[in-house]
Design a protein around this ligand. Structure first.
Ligand code: GLA
Length: 354
């Protein structure tokens, strides 16, 4: 007998994606450099029940307004710009990039702070892509979601966030070489704790300033080739002082990623902390993506006993600081700002629906 329901519903599917914190290597991904991010035990879970319609209706724990978009929307940022509420742009963008077989309805639940620099948007994109039927090959999943991110936000971000939340493994950070997207796991030593602390500053300037930094790197790369692969001695010879500083950051940051990785592997947390402090200094002075609030938070955290090092993490211009500490060195309740002890977690995956 024919089903009288207008949209027959199939079995629900569920996917979970972690957020990420970058231990070291910022503004290196779009320069074919290296970075060492890790996925964290805060993340986003999407549950989706396909039906036979063409609309996607999702409710979020973070916004009273649902996303209600057509599966046939175009992956064009000028079209997506008109979609409201804002978070629905990610739903529309991922749907356009993945092309789910049908519409459906579902829920989005997250434990990630939104817009704090822990890749809440990459987590949402990757979890959506999985429930919409994308296969789980981490590199192609990350590329698809990076395209969706560009369309949803108009910001020319690199692939680090989507790649680490797709490919990470339990207890490990991921050393990524963005020249060929090869990855190596790096265990986080048992004696180390990773703490993320919010500066309290929202990343207001992040969009326009990120695009500007990327353009500056491209201008420098036009003379020298991809900055992540340039010899340090060559980078310091650029005549333009701004481009020289930008290039110097990228080149030295890539060296620091390797030093930091070696220190972690050797269990030398004091050295790892010194390298983090140098990374923050370079991001602040050469790349100019720090703020007075981030600088003073880093300085304050470095003053606590048991803190090996701290640096801004992610794009900068506000958002979070990451600290490497002895276990329980920081009393998070006394910091006066949101903070999280995070554990290195596995990447995005489908979850059985009970
Ligand atoms: C944001 C972007 C990443 C990366 C970082 C800076 O998180 O999404 O691609 O460029 O900034 O390292």
């Amino acid at each position: 007998m024919a089903d009288p329901a207008p949209h027959r519903r199939a079995a629900p599917v569920r996917a979970h994606s972690p957020g990420r914190v970058n231990l070291i290597g910022d503004h290196t991904d779009y320069n074919e450099g290296v970075a060492l991010p890790m996925a964290v035990d805060l993340g986003t879970t999407v549950t989706f029940t396909p039906d036979e319609g063409t609309r996607l209706v999702l409710r979020s724990s973070q916004d009273p307004e649902p996303a209600d978009v057509d599966i046939h929307m175009s992956l064009d940022s000028r079209v997506l710009e008109a979609v409201e509420p804002r978070w629905a742009r990610y739903v529309a963008a991922v749907a356009s990039a993945v092309r789910p077989a049908s519409g459906g309805s579902g829920t989005v639940v997250t434990t990630l702070p939104i817009g704090a620099g822990l890749s809440s948007s990459a987590a949402l994109e990757v979890a959506l892509a999985l429930v919409f039927g994308h296969d789980a090959d981490p590199v192609s999943l990350a590329r698809t979601c990076q395209r969706a991110e560009h369309a949803a936000t108009g910001v020319p971000t690199g692939i680090m966030d989507q790649l680490v939340v797709s490919a990470a493994q339990e207890n490990c950070a991921l050393l990524i070489d963005f020249a060929d997207l090869s990855m190596q796991t790096v265990e986080v030593p048992a004696g180390a704790e990773v703490v993320v602390v919010h500066s309290g500053e929202s990343r207001a300037l992040a969009h326009s300033a990120y695009a500007q930094r990327r353009a500056e790197c491209e201008a420098a790369a036009h003379r020298l080739g991809p900055l992540g692969r340039v010899d340090p001695a060559v980078a310091v010879a650029i005549p333009d002082p701004v481009l020289r500083r930008r290039a110097r950051h990228v080149v030295t940051e890539c060296e620091r990623v390797h030093w930091f990785t070696a220190a972690l592997r050797a269990g030398d947390l004091a050295e790892a902390g010194r390298v983090m402090a140098a990374s923050h200094h370079s991001l602040a002075h050469d790349f100019e993506v720090s703020t007075p609030g981030l600088d003073s938070l880093v300085e304050r955290l470095m003053g606590f006993p048991g803190v090996f090092g701290a640096r801004l993490t992610g794009a900068g211009f506000g958002g979070c600081v990451v600290a490497l500490t002895e276990p329980t060195a920081l009393d998070l309740d006394l910091l006066g700002t949101p903070a999280w002890r995070v554990r290195a977690s596995r990447g995005a995956h489908l979850v059985a629906v009970a």
